[in-house]
Each structure stands twice: as C-alpha cells, then as structure tokens.
Design a protein around this ligand. Structure first.
Ligand SMILES: *Cc1c(COP(=O)(O)O)cnc(C)c1O
Length: 230
C-alpha cells in the first residue's frame, strides 16, 4: 500500500476509535513518525495532506527538515541528550515530547528564543525504556517548567513496554491519564495533552484519552533494525 492509502486507513481507524470513545475527531492529532525514512516519504505524506511529523533524533531531523516543504510542523519524540538541547531548542521543533529532567528543562529554556511547548515523558512501568522520569518526579518538573520564561509544559507523554498484545498497554495509558488528572489538581497547571499510542495500540490510547498519537510503521512501513525506540 502507498503512503497515501496508509494515511487514509489510519484516518479511518482514528475516526472509528474517536467515535467508539465518544470523543470528537479533532481531539486527537496524528504525529506521522518519519524517523529513519527519507525526505521523499515525508514529501509523499505531505502531498496526501499530513502536516505534523515526528522525529526521534535531533541530527537526523536537522538534515531532513530542510529537504521537506516549509509549512510542515515537526515534533521531537525521542530521547534528548543534554548536549543536543541547544540544537533542539533552536527552532527545528514546535514541541518536544520527551523531556524527563529538570536539567534538560533548564537548558532548553536557556537556548529557546521563542516559546517552546514541551511534554514531560513519564516512565509509567519503571521498566523497559530507560527514558522518562518516575511518576513521583513529574510535579517537580512541572514546577521547574512553570519557573521558565520560554519552556511551557502542555502535558505528558509515555511509551509503554513493548508487548505484542495491545490490550496490555491499556493500564499504562489510563495510569498516565490519572497522573495527569491528579497533577492538574495539585499543581493548578493545565495539562491538556497526552501523547500516547503507536501503530500497535493507538485505538486503545484514544479510548484512554490520548490527544497525540505517534504512528510510524503503519504509515511509512517497517524500519530496518526494529522499533528504534530510544
Ligand atoms: C518510533 C516511535 C514511534 C512510532 O512507532 P511505530 O510502532 O512505528 O508506530 C512512536 N513513538 C516514539 C517515541 C518512537 O520512537
């Protein structure tokens, strides 16, 4: 199937999942994850109407973005090393989904020249992926972001441990939503965005409140070297 056909079928799945969950379709934004795919694939997706793309490495994005149409929006979704914060904050990305330390918040704020929306990545399961802060550290990171001049926290992100059974991700997604609901109460900070759900499990994430789903494989096809989560 072509990228255009894949996007059409993802759109149908999103619309069905929203309807199922009793949510309006425009509650959910599709991040097309183009990591390890050439600019040509992005251009094809853009021609099919996709505007929002996600990359997981700053350097790969830095080379790819200038080769793509100017009107596209880019989000950083992968682990961000401190030494890449300056480049990541320099205007390549409209949002960074993977912020997991106070140190990173401070350096993004130092380097950002305009308001920079971020999500805090939470390691819900405490296992699997090494990225993400512990659930009990999120409040301190929200405080840190609230003391910044450019960094703005918009919500939370998670990557559940990989499992071939999408239903197993549900508890992680609902946990993230509950943590968000609690933190909104206790910190008084609006946290409207929940970035969760990938090719395998985005319908379940939508049922559990996702506002950003990050889909790579089901749009662009498989990648050499596996999932490539970092
Ligand atoms: C690669 C990646 C995705 C997309 O995963 P697919 O299974 O290909 O849809 C989503 N989120 C992150 C953080 C990723 O690195």
């Amino acid at each position: 199937m072509s990228i255009t056909e894949n996007l059409k079928s993802i759109e149908e799945r999103i619309a069905a999942a929203c309807e199922n969950a009793g949510r309006p379709r425009n509650d959910v934004k599709l991040v097309a994850v183009s990591k390890r795919k050439p600019a040509k694939a992005v251009i094809d997706a853009a021609e099919a109407g996709q505007i929002l793309f996600g990359e997981n490495r700053v350097q790969e994005a830095q080379t790819k973005i200038p080769m793509c149409p100017k009107q596209l929006h880019w989000h950083l979704i992968g682990h961000l090393q401190g030494n890449k914060a300056r480049l990541a904050a320099s205007g390549l990305f409209r949002m960074i989904h993977s912020v997991d330390s106070e140190k990173l918040i401070r350096s993004l704020d130092e380097y950002a020249v305009s308001p920079l929306p971020i999500l805090i990545q939470v390691n819900i399961s405490g296992e699997g992926s090494k990225s993400g802060c512990a659930p009990d550290e999120v409040a301190a990171l929200i405080d840190a972001a609230n003391s910044c001049s450019q960094v703005e926290v918009h919500g939370l992100m998670t990557i559940p441990p990989f499992t071939p059974y999408p239903e197993k991700a549900r508890a992680h997604f609902s946990n993230l939503r509950n943590i968000r609901d609690d933190l909104q109460e206790t910190t008084g900070t609006p946290l409207p965005e929940l970035s969760m759900g990938m090719s395998n499990d985005f319908e379940i994430a939508i049922q559990e409140g996702a506002t950003f789903i990050r889909v790579g494989t089901d749009i662009f096809g498989g990648r050499d070297g596996g999932l490539g989560l970092e």
